[in-house]
Design a protein around this ligand. Structure first.
Ligand SMILES: Nc1ncnc2c1ncn2[C@@H]1O[C@H](COP(=O)(O)OP(=O)(O)OP(=O)(O)O)[C@@H](O)[C@H]1O
Ligand SMILES: [Mg+2]
Length: 153
């Protein structure tokens, strides 16, 4: 994933309203390459799923990218790049990730979008994960998105 600096001046961007979060996702989508892994971190309601929806829109995936509430992974194959969208919030144990084929996904060349990627101290995530942290701003509809290029390395 190149040129992310252009989107995140000084590693941080302020996003006002959920449509703007989707727009940020669409812009990120334009930078994605096969095999990229995005680790999304932030509290409940921080906007992780809105960002994912924008990425899916930007890639032309066609489907809405609902929060994978009752399953840990949703695949989206119809766009510019194949995508798997995960929600690790629902994982009780690391082994459950392996049961749904996490290792295979890591080698699949798909773009992996992972909500709650910091689950288990981020140990499931590969070294080259692009980490994004979403935080609530001062106002109700404001979020701050921080790009943390290499959190584990
Ligand atoms: N600037 C903003 N960006 C994104 N969402 C916003 C913003 N302002 C308000 N919201 C609201 O915050 C909520 C974000 O929900 P979303 O499902 O994206 O969060 P999430 O981080 O995926 O939470 P969860 O951990 O429960 O999956 C939505 O209700 C949305 O309307
Ligand atoms: Mg979510």
């Amino acid at each position: 994933m190149h040129s992310s600096i252009k989107i995140f001046q000084q590693g941080k961007t302020e996003v006002r309203g959920e449509e703007a979060m989707r727009e940020l996702g669409r812009r990120i989508a334009g930078l994605l390459e096969a095999g990229d892994v995005l680790g999304l971190v932030g509290d409940l309601g921080a906007g992780k799923t809105r960002l994912v929806q924008g990425v899916l829109e930007g890639l032309g995936c066609g489907t809405k990218g609902s929060s994978p509430t009752f399953s840990i992974v949703h695949e989206h194959m119809g766009g510019r790049l194949p995508v798997a969208h995960f929600d690790f919030y629902r994982l009780q144990k690391e082994e459950e990730a392996l049961q749904i084929g996490w290792d295979e996904y890591l080698n699949s060349g798909m773009v992996l979008l992972v909500e709650w990627a910091d689950r288990f101290d981020g140990e499931l995530m590969p070294m080259d994960t692009v980490w994004m942290r979403l935080e609530r701003g001062e106002e109700e509809d404001v979020r701050e998105v921080f790009l943390e290029a290499n959190r584990c390395g």
